[in-house]
Design a protein around this ligand. Structure first.
Ligand SMILES: O=C(O)CCC(=O)C(=O)O
Ligand SMILES: [Fe+2]
Length: 310
């Protein structure tokens, strides 16, 4: 990815100490505390023929962690042009820059948006389009399981039109990971997010403590976004997460956000609301939610240019 934007490429290599502009305040930086990898985030085999058991596992994991790791066979291949390149000098929400470069673009509608994706590396469009088709299939299965597990009518979640939005990130090795963050703690404002990661670094806030998410071969990481938290009226949790850096190897991740269409109304599902369980969230279109809550913080304007509007 860095190779696409030549000017940024050399910045990270042979960095001997962390420049001041990348040092986070004490309250945000990871420090030297050793954070255990968590081996209890459920790993879920989607090929299990007992679908009720799969649904139960997904719901339980979404209540307890807001995260789970499904696996199944997937394909091995697996601005102005409608994509945004965020170099490491372009995003400093807490006064310090993230230790990462990333590329964001919409993937919906696929045939239309892919014409505007980066042209290099040469097979980028072809490989990412194949990947997105598989992710779409996987996301529908997961949304169907969540729908069933919440006791919603079939199609409540899968039937919404979905917009896939991709963020590919490169986290270079860092001379002092205690001072920096690859990505500051945040919530995803998606229905769900499906993440591929090649190395550990992702951490989830659970009961007030950070825990590390393991890399499980052939499994993705799925987390519940705020939109499902709203639809489930708080039954499922959207957990805060962040990315820490390491001094040894570069890390790459690909997050695909499964978002509602901009005009889709997101509200607690009627079936989950009654006198004893009043709605905890207002009813808003996804577009309004993004604007009113400044859902993407400083990203909001950048993202708006690539969120397709009807
Ligand atoms: O790179 C990662 O592991 C996480 C990325 C992420 O949380 C995000 O882009 O929202
Ligand atoms: Fe995230």
């Amino acid at each position: 990815m860095a190779a696409m934007i030549k000017n940024h490429e050399s910045k990270w290599y042979n960095v001997e100490s962390v420049p001041d502009c990348h040092i986070f305040g004490i309250e945000d930086r990871p420090g030297n505390e050793s954070i255990p990898l968590c081996d209890t985030i459920p790993i879920i085999d989607l090929a299990n023929s007992d679908t009720n058991q799969t649904v139960d596992k997904i719901i339980q994991a979404s209540q307890e962690y807001g995260f789970f790791q499904p696996f199944e066979e997937i394909s091995k291949e697996a601005n102005e042009n409608g994509w945004v390149y965020m170099g490491s000098n372009s995003f400093a929400p807490k006064g310090a820059y993230m230790w990462r470069d990333n590329l964001k673009h919409s993937c919906y509608p696929l045939e239309e948006t892919m014409k505007h994706w980066p042209q290099y590396p040469a097979r980028y469009r072809e490989v990412v389009a194949t990947y997105i088709k598989e992710i779409k299939r996987l996301s529908l299965r997961i949304l169907e399981a969540i729908c069933q597990g919440l006791g919603l009518e079939k199609g409540h979640l899968e039937g919404m039109s979905h917009v896939e939005f991709l963020t590919a990130s490169s986290y270079p090795p860092c001379p002092d990971p205690s001072l920096t963050l690859g990505l500051l703690g945040h919530l995803d404002h998606s229905l769900i997010t499906i993440l591929f990661q090649n190395l550990e670094g992702l951490q989830v806030l659970k009961d007030g403590k950070w825990i590390g998410v393991e890399v499980v071969p052939n499994a993705f990481v799925v987390n519940i976004g705020t939109q499902i938290q709203i639809i489930s009226n708080g039954k499922l949790t959207s957990a805060e997460h962040r990315v820490v850096t390491n001094s040894g190897k570069g890390r790459t991740s690909i997050a695909t956000f499964i978002n509602p269409m901009p005009d889709c109304i997101i509200e607690p599902a009627k079936l989950l609301v009654n006198e004893a369980n009043p709605p905890l969230y207002p009813s808003l279109s996804f577009k309004e939610f993004v604007n009113v809550s400044k859902a993407f913080g400083p990203f909001t304007d950048a993202v708006k240019t690539t969120v397709p509007s009807n």
